[in-house]
Design a protein around this ligand. Structure first.
Ligand code: AHR
Length: 352
């Protein structure tokens, strides 16, 4: 297998992640790639795969990484895809990339295709949390190690994957809730909050909701009066906000689970003749460039960062696995938060 090259800048990476939990999960790379999954050819071709490196597999024998992406639903996702593709190229890996278009069935087909192709490592960002045990067991039986990136699965059997690299979404929700609680600590009247949730059943939607609810529970004036999914997209964020505005006359705060939905909602708020950030306070998650732009203009009041640049960490993890090293079962990315003023200061240097 090829070595990781520049991507293995271990010092930089160790600054970017906190390794928690002291022991490995015992799954790892068992080197047994002999058994196939028994899946048919239709499954193998169903996912739209692209090989981005152009490496000569026979001559160079690059590490083969199968990656199933959620889709292209948001600015965050585009930045995440770019990071993974660029990091794989830099590391000289043969990346088999598959876009699931926000559908779990497509991801399952892609994973089965990777198993059939006997890739060295499978990585994926699961669109929803549940329903992965069967296909993960197939990968395990085929001796192919699996890395989760960005989103978690709710499998009880932790030996089905080697590690999970990504954000702490509950903590992101807590940070959003904390900012709001601080803003309204002296409120004498009810504060009406509407919530735009991410994709139903996804880890970030579940966790950002629960983290936020946990923190605001300590102030009885903070009331979530409506909460609905906007599927992490701008179009849905706008549509659902329009509906919220129609049925709720006194909205004080919007909590959006990502920037794209907040940006769609801003369009709806402006179309209703209201001032985003002033008439309705807005909190969102991600801190992608468009979100930070809106924050620097005062339209979003507070953004919780969710770092999409997971490519280098994933490549390093894949290399460690094929090298037989033990990985921590959870790798958490370090993230920040931004008020409007802080967004203004860092906007020019934002990478994504
Ligand atoms: O899983 C991460 C989330 O997915 C991002 O916050 C959101 O923008 C994306 O679609």
């Amino acid at each position: 297998m090829k070595k990781i090259g520049k991507v293995g800048a271990a010092l930089t990476l160790s600054l970017m992640m906190i390794m928690i939990s002291a022991c490995g999960n015992g799954n790892g790379n068992n080197g047994n790639a002999a058994a196939g999954s028994g899946n048919n050819k239709a499954e193998a071709t169903a996912a739209a795969e692209t090989d981005t490196t152009g490496n000569d597999k026979e001559a160079g024998k690059p590490l083969v990484l199968g990656f199933s992406q959620v889709g292209a639903e948001s600015g965050w996702r585009s930045a995440n895809t770019k990071s993974i593709q660029e990091s794989a190229k830099e590391a000289g890996y043969d990346l088999k990339f598959s876009d699931a278009q926000q559908k779990q069935e497509n991801q399952i087909k892609a994973l089965r295709s990777f198993i059939q192709q006997k890739v060295d490592v499978i990585a994926f960002s699961p669109v929803v949390e549940s329903g992965w045990d069967t296909v993960l067991k197939e990968a395990k039986d085929a001796g192919i190690p699996v890395v989760l990136t960005d989103r978690a699965v709710d499998s009880k059997d932790k030996s089905l994957y080697v590690t999970f690299i990504g954000s702490d979404f509950v903590e992101e929700g807590r940070k959003a809730g904390q900012w709001l609680s601080d803003q309204y600590k002296d409120a004498a009247e009810d504060v009406n909050i509407v919530e735009l949730q991410g994709t139903t059943g996804s880890a970030p939607a579940n966790d950002r909701k629960s983290g936020f609810a946990e923190v605001i529970a300590s102030n009885p004036h903070l009331k979530v009066v409506a909460s609905q999914t906007g599927d992490f997209t701008r179009a849905k964020g706008k549509e659902v906000m329009q509906a919220f505005l129609k049925s709720n006359k006194n909205i004080d705060v919007l909590y959006a689970h990502n920037d794209d939905m907040a940006l769609g909602a801003i369009q709806a708020i402006e179309a209703a003749g209201l001032k985003p950030g002033v008439d309705i306070k807005i909190i969102s998650v991600d801190a992608v460039k468009d979100g930070m732009q809106a924050a620097s203009e005062g339209k979003i009041n507070f953004i919780v960062e969710c770092n999409p640049l997971l490519g280098p960490q994933l490549m390093e993890a894949a290399q460690s696995i094929v090298d037989g090293k033990t990985l921590e079962p959870r790798i958490v990315t370090i993230e920040s938060t931004f008020t409007s003023e802080q967004a203004k200061e860092v906007l020019a240097s934002r990478q994504y």
